[in-house]
Design a binder for this molecule. Structure first.
Ligand code: SF4
Length: 437
C-alpha cells in the first residue's frame, strides 16, 4: 500500500517506494497493522492537509516524514467506519483542520484505499441514490403541499439547497428518515459542536447554522404524519445537525408526538439527543417516542464531561436516561464518535463494557469523529503518558460481537422492521402501546 501525498495545488501522487502508515492517536502503525483496507467508497472526499507532511515507511523500512509534499486524508462516505486516521507531522503554524474526519489513505493497483469497514449495509445515504432532478421535483411537491410550514421551508431552502443534507434530501425523495429539527439552543457546549463554534475560543467555523425558530407541534406533526404515511420504511427523527438539543423544547416535542400518533401508528418516531435529563426522556417515551439515539465521544465520565462541557447535567444522568428508556422497552442506540487511538483505549473499552452491561443499550452507531485529532488532544488536555497503546477499532468491534452477541452495529437509526426483529417486547402491563415493538 503506497504512501500518497499532494502538492501545493492539491494534485495527489503516490510514492511507489514508500509504504502507507495509519495513525491511532499518539501511535503510528504500518498499513498492514490495520486488518481492513477497502477501496475508497463512492461519495468520499479527499483532502490535502496544508501544513502537514505525511509519515510513511521509507525504502529503508523506517518510519519517516515524507518532506516532498502535504499529507492526504479522506472524509469517507456515510455507513463506513474508519480504523486509522491520517499520519502526518505538522509544521509549526499549521492551521487547525475544520470539523471533518481525517481517515488515512493509501494507493494500490491503480486506486485509493482506506482503512475502514462498511458498518451499515443500508444504502440510505449512498451518493448514487441521490438524483438531483428527483430531489428538486420532490422539494417542489412538498413546498406546494405545505406552503406555510416554516419547518418544511427550513428543510428545503436550508438543509437541501445549502447543506445538501442527505437526511433532508431523503425527505424530498419521500423515503427513509425525515429530519425534524426543533431546538435553536443547547444545554451543552461540545468542543467540536458542528452547529456552534464560539469565535472567542475556536479557530474553526461550525459546519452549519442552527435553525432560528421553534416549529409548532402542528407544523412538526403535519410533516411527520405525511412522511410516515407515504415513505417506505419510514422514520422521523428529532435532533439534527442544524439545531441545538431537542430536550430543551421537550413540551413541543411531547405535544407533536401525541398529535402524530393520533393520526398514524406507522413507522418509527426517533429522538437523537444528548440524553441529559432522564425524567424528560421517560416522559417522551410515554408520549410515544419509539427509539432514542444518545450521542457521546466517550463512555468515561471525565472524557465525556471534558468534551461536552454539560450545563446542569452529568454523564451519570445520560447513563440513567439510557437505562430508563431500555427498561421501558424502547430501542436505544449510542451515536459513538470513533477516533482511533482514543475509542480503542483500554480504559475506554472497559467504560464502554460497563455502559452496555448497566444500561442494556441495543446498538452502537459507529460514527467517525469529525474533528482534527491534534485539536482534540489539545482541548481535551490528553497526553501519551496517561494512555496505553490502543487495542484497535477492528479488534474492539470483534470483541464486542463476541461478548455481547445481541448488541447491534450500524450507522443509521433502525427501521420499525429491524427493531421488531431484534427487540424483546415488554409485557403489555409494563410499557405503553407503541413502544413494545
Ligand atoms: S449536544 Fe449537540 S448541539 Fe449541543 S453542543 Fe453538543 S454537538 Fe452541539
Amino acid at each position: 500500500m503506497h504512501l500518497v501525498w499532494s502538492d501545493e495545488r492539491g494534485v495527489i501522487y503516490d510514492a511507489p517506494t514508500w509504504q502507507a502508515v495509519g495513525r491511532s492517536g499518539f501511535w503510528k502503525y504500518p498499513w498492514s497493522s490495520y486488518p481492513s483496507w477497502i477501496p475508497l467508497p463512492e461519495g468520499s472526499t479527499l483532502f490535502h492537509l496544508v501544513g502537514r507532511h505525511p509519515i510513511g515507511i521509507s525504502p529503508k523500512g523506517e518510519l519517516r516524514v515524507y518532506e516532498k509534499g502535504w499529507a492526504v486524508a479522506a472524509f469517507i462516505a456515510p455507513a463506513h467506519t474508519q480504523l486509522a486516521s491520517a499520519a502526518y507531522e505538522k509544521v509549526s503554524n499549521a492551521p487547525t483542520l475544520p470539523l471533518y474526519a481525517y481517515t488515512a489513505v493509501g494507493w494500490k493497483n491503480g486506486r485509493f484505499y482506506v482503512p475502514a469497514v462498511r458498518i451499515d449495509p443500508q444504502p440510505r445515504q449512498d451518493i448514487r441514490h441521490f438524483d438531483p432532478l428527483a430531489i428538486n421535483r420532490g422539494a417542489e411537491k412538498l413546498r406546494k403541499r405545505f406552503p406555510s410550514n416554516r419547518l418544511v421551508a427550513h428543510l428545503l431552502d436550508n438543509c437541501v439547497e445549502r447543506y445538501c443534507c442527505p437526511a433532508a434530501r431523503n425527505l424530498a425523495l419521500g423515503r427513509w428518515e425525515c429530519p425534524l429539527p426543533t431546538s435553536p439552543a443547547c444545554n451543552a457546549a461540545c468542543i467540536g459542536c458542528i452547529s456552534l463554534q464560539e469565535k472567542h475560543e475556536s479557530p474553526i467555523p461550525s459546519s452549519q447554522e442552527r435553525l432560528s425558530f421553534i416549529p409548532t407541534p402542528e407544523e412538526i406533526a403535519e410533516l411527520a404524519v405525511y412522511h410516515l404515511n407515504h415513505a417506505p420504511a419510514p422514520i422521523v427523527s428529532f435532533g439534527q445537525g442544524c439545531e441545538g438539543e431537542p430536550l430543551l423544547v421537550w413540551r413541543t416535542i411531547e405535544e407533536a408526538v401525541r398529535l402524530i400518533r393520533r393520526k398514524t401508528p406507522r413507522g418509527i418516531i426517533n429522538l437523537n439527543t444528548n440524553g441529559a435529563w432522564p425524567d424528560i426522556i421517560e416522559r417522551l417515551a410515554h408520549a410515544g417516542i419509539d427509539s432514542f439515539r444518545i450521542s457521546m465521544n466517550s463512555a468515561q465520565p471525565a472524557w465525556y464531561e471534558r468534551y461536552y462541557r454539560p450545563r446542569n447535567y452529568s454523564f451519570a444522568m445520560v447513563k440513567e436516561s439510557i437505562r430508563r428508556a431500555t427498561s421501558m422497552g424502547k430501542w436505544v442506540s449510542i451515536n459513538y464518535f470513533i477516533l482511533p487511538g482514543f475509542t480503542d483505549q483500554p480504559t475506554e473499552v472497559s467504560a464502554l463494557y460497563q455502559l452496555i452491561q448497566e444500561t442494556g443499550l441495543h446498538m452502537i452507531q459507529w460514527r467517525n469523529f469529525n474533528i482534527d485529532p491534534d485539536w482534540y488532544i489539545e482541548r481535551m488536555q490528553l497526553c501519551m503518558g496517561n494512555l496505553q497503546p490502543p487495542i484497535g477499532i477492528y479488534a474492539l468491534m470483534r470483541q464486542l460481537k463476541r461478548d455481547f452477541p445481541r448488541l447491534k452495529f450500524g450507522y443509521f437509526n433502525p427501521t420499525e422492521k429491524f427493531i421488531r426483529q431484534h427487540i424483546t417486547p415488554l409485557p403489555a402491563s409494563q410499557g405503553n402501546t407503541k413502544c413494545t415493538v
